[in-house]
Design a protein around this ligand. Structure first.
Ligand SMILES: *[C@@H]1O[C@H](CO)[C@@H](O)[C@H](O)[C@H]1NC(C)=O
Ligand SMILES: *[C@@H]1O[C@H](CO)[C@@H](O)[C@H](O)[C@H]1NC(C)=O
Ligand SMILES: *[C@@H]1O[C@H](CO)[C@@H](O)[C@H](O)[C@H]1NC(C)=O
Ligand SMILES: *[C@@H]1O[C@H](CO)[C@@H](O)[C@H](O)[C@H]1NC(C)=O
Ligand SMILES: *[C@@H]1O[C@H](CO)[C@@H](O)[C@H](O)[C@H]1NC(C)=O
Ligand SMILES: *[C@@H]1O[C@H](CO)[C@@H](O)[C@H](O)[C@H]1NC(C)=O
Ligand SMILES: *[C@@H]1O[C@H](CO)[C@@H](O)[C@H](O)[C@H]1NC(C)=O
Ligand SMILES: *[C@@H]1O[C@H](CO)[C@@H](O)[C@H](O)[C@H]1NC(C)=O
Ligand SMILES: *[C@@H]1O[C@H](CO)[C@@H](O)[C@H](O)[C@H]1NC(C)=O
Length: 675
């Protein structure tokens, strides 16, 4: 034990004299391990902040429709300095019209001649974040691209100049329309990169006067990007940050050799219970300790999507009930606060960071002006497993630790303490509680560390556990729901609660319509996007409660494509996200050729009934789908069209609207009755 301590102190003893080291060993008792925090040998890497990722995809979909004051409260828990997660970084998806995990996000250029910087909710979110923290770092990254970028190919690099122009136009629009300065831009999320494209992106940014915008690459693995950077000096020059995903707290030699900043540019993605909190606590420290990473970004920022979509509740907090206002500030919010409230991007890690003798880790950061923040975590293996990668075994046991602060910190006499414990055995959760300040004696303080704890020990006095009264109770999605889309100045381009899983549905105004359908909801994509996963060939937007079994879905529909257009209403739709193409349910279709069909799946392989309907394009029709127990029936314009179809394949699911292909079509007077 003493020998181990001697070795460790000697390792770090660069600045400490042998006499001093010996003294430390005498002071320490046998039941405590010693750790020295010293800045005299020089500092470690610059810290770039902790962040959350909105998008990739549609993960903030339900947040925007929260009623006040709850929406403001949620945003405060995420972004407000010295309140909750107090995030340093907001990373957003540059919407690309395609399915990117939990839905699609609209592009600012659906078509080549189109530019609109008011679609979706990422602009709004970035502004809300900036409002609370003007220093917040903004990052944009595409997952997918609108179809025209590929000129017929499902690939964004055949015409790299077009892709670069498209991405840079998003950054220019952010400034021009929202006064948002984007700080970093990425390449293509978790997909191949192309060196020529990255260089062209740099060139295009520079030409647009955006030298300050830095490039993160490649938002995938450490390799092969690091390998190529070491062999291509221009590529090395244009990439500012190597961003890797789910690195399991480790990096690779080539990445270190580049000398670039290393980030875990997407991480976490774990169900936000206490194990999720434990995962987050462990990686926030150990991504630096083991892997020299100076930023960690959580996918996702806030779980604001239907929970039955893929990766339900994998956000720092949960806000998926705009209809009730209910939200939950989950443990990862307070774990985040342990770092974010007591550090800022631009601070530096000390070189003296590492593992604790009996498991866990500690990091220390300084602003270079005398402030010191130490974060200690003792997460046990089973209570800190992240969704990926697999976590090799290790043990953590209770231990006493004595920290010696040296060099410029040796004069400190007391430090603030913030404490959390994820107490699985006694279900006694303590999250981000302030404790009495620690008195230092001769630059030393001791902690009795138990397992699954987080301590922040700091000179910073501004920490605060933000608080709002309990939000309203959780409520199921209303069983009677309707929307006529008659919104004159919609704050967002999409209708509340609809979650597009293929295609993009937007409010539409046809001012030359003489009748009832001036304000509608319109599917606006006219071609398949450059996809991130394999999007369905049909478009679909889901809504409601996944538990619904019996329901009546009614909607006015307007096919715009005379040749082969078609639309549907559906119930019991059993999946979204990347599995959307294999969605089952009950789908009632009408087509421009005057036919109808009833299918048990979105791809129309399982046809339960078909016939003639007399429906035509460019006329409004009303579809009613009634599903009750084992049978379903359909009405057209209020008259029965088909009945006694046995339901098949899916027992429960959402209601939905959709189109036969990537074709414009409109919907109005939607209602669902699931009583
Ligand atoms: C923003 O950064 C500046 C300069 O680092 C600092 O003085 C200021 O306090 C920061 N503001 C907030 C809200 O953190
Ligand atoms: C990476 O981190 C390790 C452990 O903290 C440290 O020894 C090493 O010097 C760092 N390497 C680089 C290149 O920063
Ligand atoms: C620490 O930071 C605060 C601002 O949070 C600043 O006022 C103070 O001068 C810094 N230095 C020390 C030694 O506390
Ligand atoms: C961790 O989980 C594994 C698998 O569930 C279990 O076998 C093991 O006993 C657990 N370890 C501890 C320390 O609880
Ligand atoms: C930590 O120190 C306290 C007080 O000296 C002692 O009672 C306890 O047994 C120690 N714990 C461990 C794990 O050594
Ligand atoms: C629960 O935690 C609190 C705060 O740390 C502590 O005071 C209390 O004794 C704990 N209760 C149990 C049953 O462990
Ligand atoms: C769906 O309904 C069930 C049963 O009423 C309820 O427990 C659940 O919370 C609801 N989910 C949503 C998303 O409304
Ligand atoms: C708008 O309404 C007019 C008049 O009913 C109609 O002719 C036209 O097709 C509509 N346009 C769209 C895009 O729906
Ligand atoms: C359809 O909605 C329009 C407004 O968009 C409304 O005027 C009309 O009454 C509704 N029709 C039905 C049948 O509900």
């Amino acid at each position: 034990m003493v020998l181990a301590a001697w070795t460790r102190v000697a390792d770090w003893g660069r600045g400490a004299s042998p006499v001093l080291v010996l003294l430390l060993l005498l002071v320490s008792s046998g039941s405590s391990e010693d750790y020295v925090l010293d800045s005299r040998g020089g500092l470690g890497r610059e810290f770039d902040g902790i962040g959350g990722l909105s998008g990739g995809g549609a993960t903030s979909r339900l947040l925007v429709n929260y009623p006040e004051p709850y929406r403001t409260q949620i945003l405060d828990y995420l972004f407000k300095p010295n309140f909750g997660a107090s995030l340093h970084i907001l990373k957003v998806e540059i919407g690309g019209d395609a399915q990117t995990t939990d839905g699609t996000e609209p592009s600012h250029m659906h078509y080549e001649d189109d530019e609109n910087f008011f679609r979706g909710y990422e602009w709004w979110l970035m502004k809300e974040a900036k409002k609370r923290n003007p220093n917040i770092t903004l990052i944009g990254l595409p997952w997918a691209f609108p179809g025209w970028i590929g000129r017929g190919e499902n690939w964004p690099y055949d015409f790299p100049d077009i892709t670069a122009y498209y991405v840079v136009s998003w950054i220019i629009g952010a400034k021009q329309y929202h006064d948002l300065d984007i700080d970093y831009v990425g390449i293509w999320n978790e997909r191949p990169f192309n060196s020529k494209y990255i260089k062209l992106l740099r060139y295009t940014l520079d030409k647009a006067g955006l030298r300050r915008v830095k490039i993160v690459a490649s938002d995938n693995l450490w390799q092969p990007v690091s390998f190529y950077m070491l062999r291509d000096s221009e590529l090395h020059r244009v990439i500012d940050v190597i961003g890797a995903h789910y690195p399991g707290t480790h990096t690779v030699v080539d990445a270190l050799k580049t000398g670039k900043k290393l980030w875990s540019s997407e991480d976490y993605s774990t169900f936000n219970d206490e194990v999720g909190g434990g995962c987050w606590a462990r990686i926030l420290n150990q991504n630096y300790v083991n892997g020299n990473m100076t930023s960690t970004i959580s996918w996702n920022l806030v779980a604001s999507y239907y929970e039955e979509l893929p990766f339900g509740r994998d956000g720092l907090m949960t806000a998926k009930e705009p209809w009730s206002g209910h939200y939950v500030v989950e443990s990862p919010i307070w774990i985040t606060a342990h770092t974010t409230q007591f550090t800022q991007p631009g601070w530096h890690y000390l070189q003296t960071v590492g593992h604790l003798e009996k498991g866990g880790s500690y990091v220390a950061l300084t602003d270079g002006q005398g402030n010191l923040t130490i974060i200690i975590e003792t997460m046990s293996h089973n209570h800190s497993i992240c969704i990926r990668p697999p976590l090799p075994g290790f043990t953590v046991s209770p231990q006493n630790a004595t920290f010696y602060v040296k060099g410029s910190f040796s004069e400190l006499s007391s430090l603030q303490v913030w404490y959390s414990k994820l107490d699985f055995e006694r279900s006694n959760l303590t999250l981000f509680r302030q404790r009495a300040p620690l008195k230092l004696s001769k630059g030393a303080f001791s902690l009795e560390l138990d397992v699954d704890e987080v301590y922040t020990v700091t000179t910073i006095t501004t920490g605060q556990k933000g608080f709002y009264p309990e939000p309203p109770k959780s409520q199921p999605f209303p069983s009677h729901y309707q929307d006529d889309f008659d919104v004159r100045n919609p704050p967002f381009s999409e209708a509340p609660n609809f979650a597009d899983q293929a295609g993009v549905y937007e409010y539409f105004t046809n001012s030359s319509d003489p009748g009832e359908h001036v304000f509608t909801l319109r599917q606006v994509l006219t071609q398949r996007p450059i996809t991130w996963v394999i999007d369905a060939g049909q478009t679909i937007s889901v809504i409601g409660n996944y538990s619904w079994t019996d329901m009546t879905v009614k909607c006015d529909v307007y096919i715009e494509t005379p040749e082969n257009g078609g639309v549907f209403v559906a119930g019991r739709v059993d999946r979204g996200g990347s599995p959307t193409p294999s969605a089952k349910g009950l789908f009632f279709w009408v087509f421009a050729d005057g036919s109808y069909s009833v299918t048990a799946d979105l791809e129309r392989h399982i046809v339960l009934k078909k016939g003639l309907s007399g429906v035509r394009a460019r006329e409004w029709h009303t579809l009613t789908l009634h599903i009750h127990g084992l049978v379903a029936s359909g009405m057209l314009n209020g008259y029965p069209l088909w009945k006694d179809v046995f339901t098949f394949g899916s027992h429960n699911g959402w209601a939905a609207i959709g189109t036969r292909s990537f074709e414009p079509a409109q919907f109005d007077n939607f209602s669902v009755d699931a009583s």
